[in-house]
Design a protein around this ligand. Structure first.
Ligand SMILES: *[C@@H]1O[C@H](CO)[C@@H](O)[C@H](O)[C@H]1NC(C)=O
Ligand SMILES: *[C@@H]1O[C@H](CO)[C@@H](O)[C@H](O)[C@H]1NC(C)=O
Length: 711
């Protein structure tokens, strides 16, 4: 009896021990099959647990790394976390899930991981009696960043794009794609640099113009399974063909028209080629003039440019030596500009300069051109802003416009849906304007809107432009009045009549009118009248009205003042008529109407008008009409009048001929015009005036020509 309990206790003891040996002895430490992947800065969990699960609350858990000899990453024992021997680099960043310990979950939480945390971690439970007391967990830490695309210049017909992305780990892959997701052949393999722990990668691609001109740079890191993309939209204008293409287009159009007319094609081609070269040079030189200050500040290759110009005999030895001896880049450029100005054929030398610059510093040229493009966008945007109310009332195709803008990613999905759900066209337009104003780059989006509008509702735009032109004309009239104030005060004798007409139109008050009518001398009348003009509420409108009355009552004075300008215009128009005589005889079908208008203006005699209206074919009408033009007393003026009527009645013919017009003949006029533009810009000090002036110019060829040069 005595031994029984003893042996029973002993037996139970053995049983208890073996049971506990069996249960804990069969549990093993288990880690994840795959590495844990994280980005620098993330909080992560390194998994580790006992399987089958038994409580680990009473166990010792050691998290260590092989590169840390004596220190721990994290130590758990005697039911709590212990900071003993913890590596300082993990201080405050580690923890275990205490409520999970009873389930055998001994995972470690690590916060704010760094690249140096990457490696193998050992999860070790020394108190286990099983074979498998530890496991290792691999941690991969990566870093990513958004790629940045820039335009690096042009090559052949293409544009060279550069994609750069730093701050990657491990080493990433970089590729270029087109808008359909096809990988583009890059200009060589990616260039990889390692800066401290991180990789920077760069890759160039030369792209051709496509439907969308959208290109994507993709950087990816497959080990950490991350990918970053950036897209660029390259404006059409950046592709090199635009500039030459336009001129080639001009020449092609000229050749087509000329081939249709009889003979002389070969001569014309040669002639045109010379003109083309001259035109190109002029454009280049203008670019150089316009950006002089910027170029002095920003060109870094002044010495090389000077040396190339010198090799071509375009700048003298001495100047070249001076430039290469100049201290700073700016001094080099200042001397170079001096050399350009002093050159015999300054246009040609400037053009040579431009071309070398384009080769050596294409990005600078592109950047300066871009500013100009931005200017045009600004103008479009101003148009949209200025006519907002009118556009909201009148535009009926808001939905189509919104959808086009949406396709171009310029307005968000939601707004597009709202617009297409709006009940009235006014509501659509109101929402659309809201979208325009909320856009990030509102100028760009408004400009895009303007261009779509121009496409979809051209008449509406034309109408608004006409109104705008009227206002501009008023400004021009007022400007004329201001500019010639002293001359007018001296010369105008009909101040009283002018005042009375203005008074009838309610443009000057009763009292002022009475004062003027009792003023002693005509100069006094005019002085009072000018006072009234200045004091008027809408002074521009009143001055414009004054100008028109003046034009009516004292046309000679106005004409005297405007003579030079007018003469030039008339001369140019008459030249156009002379030059295209044969074409005009063949093509114009409204000879009769033109003759009748000229007759009404007393510019051709009765008899001739009757003859023309009785002529059999339109060619015969035109032949007679030309006879009348030649026989007129002031043939230049009559031809100019003919030209303006033609422009009104058969604008397309004029446009066609304008394209192939003798640009060479415009150069003199162009030089004058350039001066005039400069004057206007200087005197009125407004950036837009150059553009306004072009809008005012009635001549489409001239307009096209200047627009081309400006852009
Ligand atoms: C351990 O606990 C953590 C925190 O609750 C959890 O995210 C993890 O999935 C658990 N691991 C296992 C193997 O249950
Ligand atoms: C661009 O065009 C040129 C010639 O037209 C061609 O050789 C080149 O492969 C094209 N590049 C791409 C990326 O399509």
């Amino acid at each position: 009896m005595k031994t029984f309990p003893t042996s029973a206790v002993w037996c139970l003891g053995i049983l208890f021990i073996s049971v506990s040996l069996i249960t804990t002895g069969s549990s093993e430490v288990v880690g994840p099959a795959d590495p844990v992947v994280a980005l620098a800065g993330d909080d992560i969990i390194l998994p580790c647990s006992l399987k089958p699960s038994v409580s680990a609350e009473e166990m010792v858990v050691e998290w260590t790394r092989s590169n840390l000899r004596k220190e721990n990453v994290h130590l758990y024992r005697q039911g709590r976390d212990s900071n003993e021997d913890q590596s300082p680099s993990y201080s405050g960043r580690t923890s275990m899930f205490h409520e999970e310990l009873k389930n055998g979950n001994v995972s470690l939480k690590l916060t704010r991981v760094t690249l140096s945390d990457a490696g193998r971690y050992r999860c070790f439970i020394p108190t286990l009696t099983s074979q498998v007391k530890e496991t290792t967990v691999q941690l991969l830490v990566g870093a990513v960043s958004q790629p940045v695309i820039s335009i690096d210049g042009t090559k052949g017909w293409g544009v060279v794009l550069k994609c750069e992305s730093g701050g990657w780990f491990p080493e990433p892959e970089m590729e270029w794609l087109d808008s359909s997701g096809t990988i583009l052949p890059a200009d060589g393999p990616p260039e990889i640099h390692r800066e401290e722990d991180l990789y920077a990668v760069r890759r160039h691609v030369t792209v051709n113009q496509t439907d969308t001109n959208r290109f994507t740079c993709r950087v990816k890191q497959p080990e950490i399974n991350h990918l970053k993309e950036t897209e660029i939209h390259v404006p059409d204008e950046v592709f090199p063909k635009s500039q030459v293409g336009f001129i080639v287009g001009l020449i092609a159009a000229a050749v087509v028209v000329l081939t249709a007319s009889a003979g002389g094609v070969y001569w014309w081609r040669k002639h045109k080629e010379k003109q083309r070269q001259r035109l190109e040079e002029l454009c280049d030189a203008w670019f150089v003039d316009r950006h002089k200050d910027d170029l002095i500040q920003r060109v870094s290759e002044g010495k090389s440019i000077a040396s190339e110009l010198h090799k071509k005999d375009l700048i003298p030895d001495e100047m070249n030596s001076q430039i290469s001896a100049a201290g700073t880049r700016q001094d080099q450029m200042r001397l170079l500009f001096k050399a350009l100005e002093e050159a015999e054929n300054t246009t040609r030398v400037k053009s040579a300069f431009y071309r070398i610059l384009l080769r050596l510093e294409p990005y600078l040229v592109y950047h300066l051109e871009e500013q100009r493009q931005r200017l045009e966008e600004l103008r479009d945007a101003q148009f949209v802003t200025r006519h907002k109310d009118h556009l909201i009332q009148k535009v009926s195709k808001g939905e189509s416009i919104a959808s086009e803008l949406h396709q171009k990613d310029l307005i968000p999905d939601e707004m597009n849906s709202r617009i297409s759900a709006a009940r009235t066209s006014q509501d659509q337009m109101r929402l659309l304007f809201k979208a325009l104003e909320e856009a990030e780059d509102t100028t760009r989006v408004k400009s895009a809107f303007y261009r779509i509008l121009l496409d979809l509702e051209p008449d509406l735009v034309k109408d608004l432009k006409k109104k705008q032109r009227q206002r501009l004309e008023e400004r021009r009239d007022a400007w004329f009045v201001d500019r010639h104030k002293d001359h007018l005060i001296q010369k105008v004798s009909k101040g009283k009549s002018i005042a009375s007409e203005l008074h009838q139109k309610d443009l000057i008050p009763d009292e002022m009118n009475s004062q003027i009518s009792v003023a002693a001398t005509s100069q006094d009348q005019m002085r009072l009248l000018f006072k009234a003009l200045e004091e008027a509420e809408n002074t521009t409108r009143v001055k414009s009205a004054f100008y028109r009355i003046l034009l009516d009552l004292e046309p000679d004075i106005v004409k005297d003042l405007e003579k030079q300008r007018q003469r030039l215009e008339e001369l140019r128009e008459a030249l156009f008529v002379d030059r295209h005589k044969d074409d005009l005889i063949q093509k114009v079908s409204k000879g009769k109407s033109i003759a009748s208008e000229l007759h009404q203006k007393d510019l051709i005699p009765d008899e001739m008008n009757s003859q023309i209206s009785a002529a059999g074919t339109s060619q015969d009408q035109m032949r007679l009409l030309f006879l009348a033009l030649e026989e007129a007393e002031n043939t230049t003026r009559v031809k100019s009048a003919f030209y303006r009527i033609l422009l009104d009645l058969e604008p397309d013919i004029v446009k066609d001929l304008d394209i192939c017009d003798d640009l060479f003949g415009l150069f003199n006029l162009f030089e004058n015009l350039k001066k005039e533009i400069d004057d206007v810009t200087r005197e009125r000090g407004e950036l837009n005036n150059c553009m306004d002036f072009i809008d005012l110019s009635e001549n489409t060829c001239l307009k096209k020509y200047i627009h081309y040069i400006l852009h």
